[in-house]
Design a protein around this ligand. Structure first.
Ligand code: SR1
Ligand code: MG
Length: 399
């Protein structure tokens, strides 16, 4: 059995030679550590021509963006690899390929996606990938339907819920999404200029009540094996292609959480675009983002419903009309969770470049306030926003 040690660049190259499934392993000669996320080491393993051929990813025993003072389970590497393997079996076109993983070393070897781009960076530049939203909807529908009670046998699903119990990573989400932003907590980060806004938000009883409901459902609704962190930085795109990566937050949770995280990131981009591109230049891209929100929900719901109609295995859940009723609850959850993503990415610990990289401080603050207001609107009104077109109408009203 291998014993955990933190990989050096040389270790990563050697590991990739052994487990990278390369026809010419000795061609792998160098590596760069490129991890810029919050948690892990990520090595790009290169050949003599410096072409990146494979990725080695290793979990550190602590939260990278904070340091060793915040220890974190290495079991997340197992969860990530096993989630991606399951999602890959269900939706191979849109899930990064895992070539090998070792839970003891907390390491995974995965396909290189250097011919793709991180979707967030593309959205920030106003680059449009016409198929991306439909492909993301397909990924969400396939993975969430096939791991839900509509499809999995009840006893097998319960065993899976246990295999994917991910308490430490779930606690990060529980704290960062639903608790910290609504309290004075040292992990929160925001410019002083937002303090008046944050103070109002923390006294907002209707908002805090709705967030309590969302947290409770996150804690208790084991509906399907979620990606758990499907923001636009966890998605690679290229012309006609899309792949989800980074599933260490995978667990059985509410389907609306994955859908809402994806919607929330489109809306974070919508809020940031005036600061990123200029208010006038951003108009068309913003309109496209709203159309993206519409397409994401309608394609996801349509796909999920047709999977329910054709492949539901539970005779009771297959009762005509039940899948539609269930999807209405998923929609309302998704609107609320989307709102929590907007708020936590603006004033919590982990921000997004769509807002933080806006150079002009006044413009940045304006876009951040717009994200906070929109987040609140979504959370408080989720139960009344019955259809995606009603949501778009509210967003347009919001400005
Ligand atoms: C301490 S981890 C902070 C955030 O990074 C991850 O990507 C998740 O979004 C998490 O909430
Ligand atoms: Mg991640």
């Amino acid at each position: 059995m291998s014993q955990y040690r933190t990989f050096t660049v040389a270790d990563a190259v050697e590991y990739a030679r052994q487990y990278g499934q390369m026809p010419d392993p000795q061609a792998l000669v160098s590596a760069d550590e490129i991890g810029d996320g919050n948690l892990n080491l990520v090595f790009k393993i290169r050949d003599r021509a410096r072409i990146s051929r494979v990725i080695v990813k290793q979990a550190l025993p602590y939260v990278r963006c904070v340091g060793e003072s915040w220890p974190l389970t290495l079991d997340r590497a197992r969860i990530e690899a096993e989630t991606l393997l399951i999602h890959g079996a269900l939706c191979s076109h849109h899930t990064v390929r895992v070539l090998h993983h070792d839970p003891e070393l907390a390491v995974m070897v995965q396909e290189d996606l250097s011919d793709h781009h991180i979707w967030r960076s593309e959205l920030m530049k106003g680059h449009y990938y016409p198929q991306a939203v439909g492909q993301l909807a397909e990924y969400l529908a396939q993975t969430l339907f096939h791991t839900s009670d509509f499809y999995q046998a009840a006893q097998a699903k319960k065993a899976e819920v246990s295999r994917f119990t991910n308490p430490e990573l779930c606690q990060i989400t529980e704290d960062l999404f639903f608790t910290d932003p609504y309290h004075d907590h040292e992990r929160n980060q925001f410019d002083d200029v937002l303090l008046p806004h944050v103070t109002v938000l923390r006294k907002d009883t209707a908002l805090k009540l709705a967030v309590a409901g969302l947290k409770h459902r996150f804690l208790s609704k084991a509906e399907a094996l979620l990606h758990g962190d499907i923001h636009s930085g966890s998605i690679f795109v290229a012309e006609g292609r899309l792949k989800a990566i980074d599933a260490e937050f995978g667990f059985y949770g509410p389907i609306g959480f994955d859908v809402g995280t994806a919607l929330g990131n489109l809306l974070l981009n919508y809020c940031g675009l005036p600061g990123l591109l200029g208010p006038r230049e951003a108009t068309d891209c913003r309109e496209q983002r709203l159309l993206d929100v519409r397409e994401l929900w309608l394609t996801f719901a349509g796909r999920f419903l047709s999977l329910c109609q054709q492949h539901s295995r539970d005779v009771t859940l297959a009762t005509p009309g039940y899948a539609e009723q269930f999807l209405q609850q998923v929609w309302q959850d998704a609107v609320g969770y989307g709102g929590t993503e907007l708020i936590r990415r603006t004033i919590g610990l982990a921000h997004v470049a769509d807002l933080d990289s806006i150079a002009d401080p006044e413009m940045r603050a304006e876009c951040q306030r717009s994200a906070l207001n929109l987040g609140r609107t979504l959370i408080v009104n989720a139960a009344q926003v019955e259809h995606v077109d009603a949501l778009l109408a509210r967003i347009r009203q919001h400005g």
